[in-house]
Structures are given as C-alpha cells and as structure tokens.
Write a protein that binds this ligand. Structure first.
Ligand code: F6R
Length: 604
C-alpha cells in the first residue's frame, strides 16, 4: 500500500507535489520519490528512504518542473532501500504504482529475455519496462498502457509519464483506488482526495479497468477499447484541514485525549433524553434494522476488535446471530448468507483493501443490506456500501488507532440499541448508561500519572500476556495490539479461561500479565484465572473497579471508576492506550509512525 499523487500543470508544481505527498504519508513512509518534467520535457527524478521529509533537501533539483508524479512507499516486494523506491524508470518512461503485481516473476523473466535490465527488487518495475516495450511498438501511450495492464495479474493504481508527451500524466487502475482531480489549468491524480483538496474539490473516481490521460487543460477517461467514457464529476464536501499537535507531543496522545469530546459530540448528535434519535443510520434505517435476523461483521485489526465487542453486545440483548470475520479471511471463504442478513463493514479509513474487496464480494451475495461504519467521508468503502454511518471523529493521524476504536464502539452500541428495540424495553436504561460515558471519562485521564509509573515495568520486557473475559476479551486483544504496534513488545491476548489450556506454560516470575476486570458477573471467574497466574509468580497488572486485595508487590492494581457493564469496553481501553503510549515513550520508538506499518493498508 502506497500513496500516489500527480499534477499536470504548466506552472511550477514542486512544492505542491511535496505537500501532497505529505498528506498521503499515512499510506506508507518507507521511502518516497518524485519524477517531474519541465517545459523542455526533461525528466528529473528524486528519491529518499525513510519519511517523506527526507526528500526535502533534494527538492532543489525539481525547481523547474511543471508536471510530475510522486509516490510514498510501504514496502511489499523488496526492502525499503533507495533502489526499490518509486518512481521506476525505463528510459523515457517513469511510473508510480500502488498494489501488487502477482505475476511479476514471469513478467520479469520475459522482459529480461528482451534485454531489459532491472534496478530494483520490486514487482512494480515490470510496469515501466512493459509500457516502454509496448510504446516502442505502438508509439501510442494509450495503447501501451492498455496492453500492459492486460498482462498484469493482481492489483494496481498506476501513474505514468512519457517524455514524448509533455505535461501529460497517464493513469490506470484495478483493485487499488485512484481519483482524478479537476482543477483550474491543472489536473491531478491521487490515491485519495486529501492531497488535492487545497486546489480543487472536483474529482472523478477511476473505476477498475479504466484509464485516464491528464493534461493541464483536459482529462480524458477511456476504457480498454480506447473508447472515451463520460463520467460524472463529484464535488467533495471535505475541507483541507491541517492537523496539528495542539500542544501534545504525539498525535497518538492527542487522539487519546480527543476521545472525550468526540464521544460527547456523538452523544449529543444521536442520543435523545431516553431514546436514540430516529434513523441515525440513514433514511428509513430503523425499519430496515427491525427486519434483520443475522449480522455478518467484517473488518481488520482494531476495527475487527470493535466488531467482536458488537457481536457480544447484540447477541446479549437480541436473538440476532452475529459473525465477526477478519476481512482477509472473509474474502476467501464460502459464505452462507441466510435470509435477512445484514453485512456490516467497519473501517476507520474506508481504504483498507481487504475490507473493500470483502464488501465487493458481499454486494454480489444475497444480503438484505450493506452498512459501512467509517470515519472518512468519500472513501472507497463509503462509495460502495448501500448504507453508510460516518463517525466524524476527525482525521486520525497516528498509525495506532485510538479514537477511531472508541468511536466505532460507540456507533456499534447505538446499532445494538436500535436493533434491540423489538426485543424488550431496555432502550431507556441503555441510554442512561451512554450518558455516563462523558461523566466517567475524565477520571480515566487522571490515571495517566500512575500508568506512566507502571510503564517502567514493561520497558525491558520482550513478552506480555493480556487477559479478558466477555466483552473484555476484545479489549485485551486491542490493548495487546496497541502495545505490539508502538513498543515492539510481543503481546498475546487470551480469554482468561483459556490460560490454563496452554498459555499458562509461558507464565513465570518475569511474565507481565495484564488483565481487564470490570466488576461484573464474570469477575469471580477471572479472579480464579488470575490466581493461577499469581501461583506461578507472574506479575499481574489488573485494570479493575472491583475491590481486590493487593497481596504483594507482584500485583499492580489500576483502580478503574465504577461504570455500567454495557459501556465498560469503551472505557477500559483508554488507560490501556495510555499504557502502550508510555511504554513506547520509554522505549523511544517512533510512536506515531511505528516501524513496518502504515496508517492505511491498501494492499491485500
Ligand atoms: C491498529 C490499526 C489497524 C487498523 C486496520 C484496519 O492500530 O490501526 O489494525 O485498525 O489496519 O484499518 P481500517 O479501520 O482503516 O480499515
């Protein structure tokens, strides 16, 4: 997954290309590069490894460029080193690519036989050579790009320049998103809308197997028969907002603290005095949701953890059966869809390739409806889903998801309440519980000082275990994911009752065991599981509102506020986010941009 940006213009575009690339950095930051041509059509290419800011010192060589393509890379094929950085060149051709070319090994050997030599280990470089080879034959770029994509297997969004076509960018896509931005005397290509918003709100999403030729004054879209396609130009409602740290040291910290105003705002937007407001999932949705017997949730990572909580909530308060599946599995499984089944995809970015292709698959199955719960308006997921719920949590910059998770949980709690209406008169009580979130949340932030102290005990650990039961199990999964992502400490999460079935063998006096223990009907059982850990001298860190004795200094109790069980998952994750943040600070990792990751996973 990578980010692509390009501008066809007659004015200087160097700074805009760099700024645009910065806005796409969430898609990958292993390395980045820009190819640009000046009025004489001379092509110049710069590349740098590491975050995009490393390109800055090389920008001077692009002073005169008017049209250019830019790329930020998340390495899939080939290490994150300079030779694998895009754009890839083949003489007068330069390309940037997002996606994966599955048959690149065959194509590479075919091209080698035709005397093409390869400078990189990437799958993408075959594209530049194939276009070059085809162009030599046809002397026509439209035909060359079409015949190149015909032999590519896999997914791609491609931006391409040819010095024989001054001020022109060619684009193609299949399975990886690409939009065309329409500006004034300049036009754009981009992986998503964000880098073009400071110049234009008008855009055309390129669909699979479509191609585009972009010059400063014209955008032509054509199909594989070279037939021009007339497409509707959309107008974005998004603003080009610059995210700032607002006094926080990291975006993750800022976003952890933003959870309070976001949840408050969501409450006032969707929750009445004793009822959820009508049709919050879109016009007519209360009726649609009344007619549901089954739900299939599909998501990845943190969003998948949110779906696990939702499954428990819904099955607890209704007779609706739910499955929660990770999108990368859903796509390749036989799916049995019973009548009256709702498909729900959950995604912060709306650009996660696995989730998008799962939704595409679901749209072909006999679901009664599809609902996307998403944070990014005008994302691919929201464009495809029939029903859409936008969380409006604001841009999440830190790679480790925090505020998106609690916003997802809040949305799924609203969904639970709406669909549980016909199963009993509990809406009033549940709404009262929702109002308690904003009352309690402040006391969680007050735990930060204690959590900071506790974080020292994790600094030199290589392994940790996280435990939970009921809806606290997905919280253990999510807390473990947070710790892994930003502190690089291995963390495994288990249902607390599963410990004795194997993982207990890992517990010794050095093993930290973190447990989420809201004082509910399951607490007694979780305490027994913790006793098994303590008997093996494991170090326990217990987030709980239950009064439990601190038997010795191997037990660390993080005193949680009392809260209704329904909202416990939303509240318990917040101190766990703070814990991983402070462990990461102690380990001096790059909190907002952890190694090997990207904010949006746009490859399958
Ligand atoms: C973890 C994290 C990832 C994402 C996952 C899905 O902190 O951010 O696990 O949750 O890649 O991303 P979205 O929600 O954008 O589909």
């Amino acid at each position: 997954m990578c980010g692509i940006f390009g501008i066809a213009s007659t004015k200087s575009t160097r700074n805009k290309l760099y700024q645009g690339l910065m806005k796409l950095e969430y898609r990958g930051y292993d390395s980045s590069g820009i190819s640009g041509s000046d009025i004489s059509s001379k092509l110049t290419t710069i590349k740098a490894t590491g975050p995009i800011k490393n390109l800055r010192t090389k920008l001077t060589s692009l002073t005169r460029i008017t049209t250019g393509i830019a790329h930020t890379r998340w390495a899939t094929h080939g290490e994150a080193i300079l030779k694998n950085t895009h754009p890839h060149l083949s003489e007068n051709i330069s390309i940037v690519h997002n996606g994966i070319i599955e048959n690149y090994i065959e194509l590479k050997s075919l091209l080698k036989k035709k005397r093409y030599s390869f400078k990189s280990d990437t799958d993408s470089e075959v594209i530049s050579h194939l276009i070059h080879m085809n162009y030599k034959k046809t002397k026509n770029m439209e035909s060359s790009i079409i015949s190149t994509t015909k032999i590519l297997k896999g997914s791609y969004a491609i931006g391409c320049m040819n010095t024989n076509y001054p001020n022109t960018i060619f684009a193609a896509c299949k399975g990886s998103p690409l939009i065309i931005g329409k500006g004034v005397n300049e036009n754009f290509i981009a992986s998503d809308i964000t880098p073009i918003l400071s110049d234009t709100k008008h855009y055309i999403p390129l669909d699979d197997n479509e191609f585009a030729k972009i010059t400063p004054s014209k955008v032509s879209i054509f199909n594989a028969n070279k037939k021009i396609i007339i497409k509707k130009v959309k107008t974005s409602k998004m603003n080009s907002e610059q995210s700032s740290l607002s006094g926080h040291k990291h975006f993750m910290h800022k976003e952890i603290y933003e959870q309070k105003p976001i949840l408050k705002e969501m409450t006032s937007r969707y929750v009445g005095t004793n009822k959820i407001l009508p049709n919050i999932f879109g016009p007519g949705t209360d009726k649609i949701l009344e007619n549901i017997d089954h739900i299939h949730f599909v998501a990845c990572g943190t969003s998948y953890h949110a779906s696990l909580v939702a499954k428990d909530w819904i099955e607890e308060y209704t007779t609706i059966t739910c499955t929660a599946e990770v999108a990368s599995e859903y796509k390749y499984k036989k799916i049995n869809v019973l009548p009256k089944t709702l498909f729900v995809s959950i995604s912060q970015s709306g650009e996660t390739a696995d989730t998008i292709s799962s939704l595409k698959k679901a749209l072909k199955l006999k679901y009664s409806n599809t609902l996307a719960i998403c944070n990014v308006a005008e994302s691919t997921l929201t464009r495809l889903s029939k029903l859409v719920f936008l969380m409006n949590a604001g841009p999440e910059i830190s790679v480790a998801s925090t505020k998106a998770f609690t916003s997802q949980l809040f949305t799924l709690l609203l969904l639970t309440i709406v669909i549980s209406r016909k199963f009993g008169n509990i809406e009033n009580r549940m709404v009262k519980d929702i109002y308690k979130i904003s009352e309690i949340i402040d006391s969680l932030y007050k735990l930060e000082t204690d959590i900071k102290k506790i974080s020292t005990k994790f600094k030199n650990k290589e392994h940790t275990i996280f435990l939970g039961k009921g809806t606290s199990y997905p919280i253990a999964l999510e807390a473990a994911l947070k710790l892994k992502e930003i502190s690089y400490i291995h963390a495994s999460a288990y249902h607390s009752g599963e410990l004795k079935h194997g993982p207990l063998a890992l517990v010794d006096k050095k093993m930290p065991v973190v447990c989420f223990l809201p004082d509910n009907h399951l607490a007694r059982l979780v305490l027994s599981n913790l006793a098994e850990v303590e008997a093996r001298q494991g170090q326990t860190f217990i987030f709980t509102n239950k009064k439990i004795p601190k038997k010795n200094n191997k037990v660390e109790i993080i005193k949680m506020p009392d809260c209704p069980d329904l909202i416990a998952p939303i509240l318990y994750i917040i101190p766990a986010q703070l814990l991983s943040y402070h462990v990461a600070l102690r380990k001096k990792t790059d909190v907002d941009k952890p190694r090997n990751l990207a904010k949006s996973v746009t490859v399958e």
